[in-house]
Design a protein around this ligand. Structure first.
Ligand code: NAD
Length: 261
């Protein structure tokens, strides 16, 4: 599988799943723009690592996914440097776990902006480049929580269910233009986003952190295993292949059987 000559943007790729997505696409030969927050030296090490390990071009752009103007800048910069934008992975996301009647309004607004509206802005800005090239792939990092709910995750589930609707609409609009749009719906993958919510969930439910992992997180997953970043990267590369040209508008669970129940 080669994506040589293609260019991709992966939002929120300084950590976790997004970083794995950027690596998988670069390994397939794709030039990649990474994005997200973190330590400047660590981000530069990730960017330079993509170039050194895979022989592709890699850029970093610091767009804040809460700011539509900065998202426009991210897409324009990539198009300018790489000569187009063929693949976008809308991955940036945050989580906050809290009962709905105590849910901080600013957390709700931030989750809707970063986990949902940023995908709209990325799609809005990138699809003209894909239409011009006559080819494109849009991959939305949704969640099992795009398909089912869990208590105390009102903003996250609302954003991810919204992403499912956005995925379907965009797939229909672009169906005849060689541009697919799909959502990957992981179950629990041990990344900083998940590590950080163990303590909050323990507090919200009044149970220990060990009980959160066993009785809340992995209780939902029949395989009783966390998913892996590598599996998600491999799926993203497959979705970019010619073999996946007829897969569009789908929610693809990678959740150890969670949403089969
Ligand atoms: P993570 O915390 O490891 O990484 C999140 C990334 O988003 C980081 O690079 C961070 O800098 C970036 N980010 C956060 N706010 C941003 C902003 N305002 N602007 C730009 N970048 C920003 O999280 P992760 O677990 O790798 O999650 C990645 C995606 O996968 C999220 O959309 C998440 O909802 C989804 N997801 C994760 C899991 C899981 O179990 N980890 C399961 C299902 C879905």
């Amino acid at each position: 599988m080669t994506l040589k000559g293609k260019s991709a943007i992966v939002t929120g790729s300084t950590s976790g799943i997004g970083k794995g997505m950027a690596e998988a696409l670069a390994q397939a030969g794709c030039n990649v723009t990474i994005n997200g927050f973190g330590d400047t030296d660590e981000i530069e090490a990730i960017r330079a690592g993509l170039e050194g390990d895979y022989g592709v071009k890699a850029l970093y752009h610091n767009a804040d996914m809460q700011k539509p103007g900065e998202i426009e800048g991210l897409v324009a910069h990539t198009a300018d440097q790489f000569g187009g934008v063929d693949i976008i992975v809308n991955n940036a996301g945050i989580q906050y776990v809290c009962p709905v009647d105590e849910y901080p309004v600013e957390k709700w607004d931030a989750i809707i902006a970063i986990n949902l509206s940023s995908a709209f802005h990325m799609i809005r800005c990138a699809t003209p480049h894909m239409k011009q090239a006559g080819w494109g792939r849009i991959i939305n990092l949704a969640s099992a929580h795009a398909l089912v709910a869990s208590p105390y995750k009102s903003a996250y589930c609302a954003a991810k269910h919204g992403m499912a609707g956005l995925t379907k609409v965009v797939a229909l609009e672009l169906a005849q233009q060689n541009i697919t749009c799909n959502a990957i719906c992981p179950g629990y993958v041990k990344t900083p986003l998940v590590e950080n919510q163990i303590a909050d969930t323990a507090k919200a439910r009044g149970i220990s952190e060990e009980e959160v992992v066993r009785d809340v997180m992995l209780a939902a997953q029949p395989t009783k295993k966390f998913g892996t970043i590598a599996d998600l990267g491999a799926l993203a590369v497959f979705l970019c292949s010619d073999a996946a040209a007829n897969i569009t508008g789908t929610m693809l669970p990678v959740d150890g059987g969670w949403t089969a129940q």
